[in-house]
Design a protein around this ligand. Sequence first.
Ligand code: ATP
Ligand code: MG
Length: 375
Amino acid sequence: MAEVKLLSVTKKFGNVTAVDDLTLEIKDGEFFVLLGPSGCGKTTTLRVIAGLEEPTAGEIYIGDTLVASPEKDIFIPPKDRDVAMVFQNYALYPHMTVYENIAFPLKIRKVPEEEIRKRVKEVAELLGIEELLHRKPRELSGGQRQRVALGRAIIRHPRVFLMDEPLSNLDAKLRVRMRSELKKLQRALGVTTIYVTHDQVEAMTMGDRIAILNDGKLQQVGTPDDVYNKPRNLFVAGFIGSPPMNFLDATLVERDRGIWVDFGEFMLKLPEEMADIVRSERYIGKEVIFGIRPEDIYDALFAQVKIPGENMVRGKIEIVEPLGNVNIVHFSVGDVHFTGQFSRDSKVREGMEMDIVFDMTKAHVFDKESGEAIF
Ligand SMILES: Nc1ncnc2c1ncn2[C@@H]1O[C@H](COP(=O)(O)OP(=O)(O)OP(=O)(O)O)[C@@H](O)[C@H]1O
Ligand SMILES: [Mg+2]
């Protein structure tokens, strides 16, 4: 087991910067998720940690060992880094049985046969695939194959697991089950794990902490709760959460000693703590981006606190998407459009006008130029 540290790591391919000045400190035993859209540099980050790519600049530590530093001319090859990687497109050896596939990493290290037998048995039990050991990969389901690939990675007791979208080939239901199994497995083994995904639900449910990347650059690192409730910028706020956060152009104005979010057609009042930040950061009179998550917008009949003219407005319902457990509601207030997530008991119908309440304690406001969160 070990911690993993990246200090200002950059990786360029010609004139493409895949990883841009990335600094991360992953704790010993942590389940750490790298999350971001396609092409943001997740796989490249794993590959430089594994030693399959050399960084262009920066330093990488595994435990106390400096494993890569172009400045100091240090590069420890993958086989000496004691990490195990499960690839995005994992491949099992088709001509080998499950047993032979899992045993393979020990076999090439010339571990004695007796020891190999014992370890394969342990791993197979852990993954619930004892009955499959004599089969060939083609005789397995996708989920079973996935487990064999994991078995092959964990049999070595490496210091670090690197997993690149290991569940992406599975159907939705199996993915949900494997998510919790994998998490349990990681807890049981206690091995530092860096897990790559572009699926925010996977990241939120599995990660102790999540690093969100965009365009090779780190956007935010934090617990699932942090990145959801305190997104640091527009990118993180928009990437995490489904349906996504509403973003609207607005101006912050002072009236009757309160601070209001002015949408032109109507205004919403900010709670006093937020108003204080607006004053101290000098945002009065400025254009900003207002953000609120759909679940923080209510059918007024189901709202705890409703103050007409402060957090309650009259909206026209355009489209209702009943999902069973909730209703996703698209509505407008004048020319301003929002998406809300109402209780399944809400009697909302398309075309109706109704009172709608915004939980302004959950509001977010972003600087229009930088995209950084003001709160
Ligand atoms: N060997 C390479 N040569 C040139 N460019 C590369 C190479 N590998 C990756 N890139 C580029 O670097 C960027 C990051 O790629 P990377 O594979 O790390 O993204 P990713 O976040 O894993 O994406 P995905 O979610 O699609 O797997 C992309 O623009 C990609 O085209
Ligand atoms: Mg990738």
